[in-house]
Design a protein around this ligand. Structure first.
Ligand code: RIB
Ligand code: CA
Length: 307
């Protein structure tokens, strides 16, 4: 089977963690690197969480040294959403694996060169690392086959009324990706991912299935469910990075619309807003909805993989 070379850029982060667990369970994916970036929690935590997760899952991949702040704006984090450690209080043991010698943007470039045009990229946090890579290596855009971003929303934001967190943290970085010549750009926003939100019952049916990782998935799922009820009185759990990863792994489960998208980078009240139009040059496939039944089956297959 021809495997798919992939680089994951992320800010773990409870939902990033579940997304990486799903990716590692899919042997079609050849995970070349997992690059941390500052986002949900400070870089010191997202980077350590990434290194420890790679160790726990036994992933043989590079962990680059990512950006510890956005390109332009002041950093801000979401510790109340992911727990101050970023993992909802779950403890991942420190292993003996180490960060790569190279920066994340150079790791991405090196892996793109090696993959000879076949590299797929998924971004689950602010796009800072990838924006730097595109600027530092002008030929990179032609070497990335497809980029899938967990980013954006066309409805209610989760940081200001308009903006989704990853874009709000580093709007300039997302705009750089939208302006780039990467052949295929896909964006899974809060609204599209909501089509695959789980009820509490569905959440625990899935993430409490017997496996060698159930202690971690149960802890994280319980944290997410309780947080969503306590903070926003939600009745469903939209696990954004996990849904985005599923759409990258099996693009056929996702329904996209081709749009023109730009990011608000200046108007303070709406900074980070993804402004989408059916007019103008199409630069993005924007997620409308995904097949929730197939998504749930992918998660069952994931839990069975770790038995
Ligand atoms: O807005 C949700 C996104 O921001 C998710 O990727 C979450 O992990 C945070 O990074
Ligand atoms: Ca994330």
């Amino acid at each position: 089977m021809k495997r798919r070379p992939v680089v994951i850029d992320c800010d773990p982060g409870v939902d990033d963690t579940l997304a990486i667990v799903l990716a590692n369970a899919n042997k079609q994916l050849d995970i070349r690197a997992i690059n941390p970036v500052a986002g949900n929690v400070p870089y010191s935590s997202t980077s350590e969480n990434t290194l420890r997760l790679v160790n726990r899952l036994g992933i043989n991949c590079r962990v680059g040294r990512g950006a510890d702040r956005p390109l332009v704006l002041e950093p801000f984090t979401a510790g109340k959403i992911h727990g101050l450690d970023g993992l909802g209080g779950y403890i991942l043991e420190k292993g003996d694996n180490e960060f790569d010698d190279k920066y994340a943007w150079d790791v991405l470039y090196e892996e793109a060169v090696k993959a000879n045009g076949e590299l797929e990229l998924i971004i689950l946090g602010p796009s800072t690392n990838v924006a730097i890579a595109l600027k530092a290596h002008p030929d990179l855009e032609r070497m990335i086959k497809r980029v899938t971003m967990m980013a954006g929303t066309l409805t209610q934001g989760n940081t200001n009324p308009y903006a989704e967190f990853n874009v709000r943290v580093d709007p300039h970085a997302t705009q750089i990706i939208l302006d780039s010549g990467i052949k295929e750009k896909y964006m899974c926003g809060l609204d599209g991912n909501l089509s695959c939100a789980f009820t509490t019952e569905e959440t625990f049916d899935l993430f409490r299935m017997e496996s060698s990782i159930t202690d971690m998935t149960d802890h994280i799922a319980t944290f997410i469910d309780r947080r969503n009820k306590a903070m926003w009185n939600l009745t469903v759990n939209n696990i954004n990075d996990l849904c985005t990863m599923a759409c990258m792994i099996e693009p056929e489960i996702a329904e996209y619309r081709e749009v023109n998208c730009r990011v608000e980078c200046y108007d303070i009240p709406s900074i980070g807003r993804t402004i989408v139009s059916d007019e103008g040059e199409k630069n993005l496939h924007y997620l409308v909805r995904a097949d929730k039944q197939r998504y749930m089956e992918m998660i069952r297959e994931m839990m069975r993989y770790y038995r």
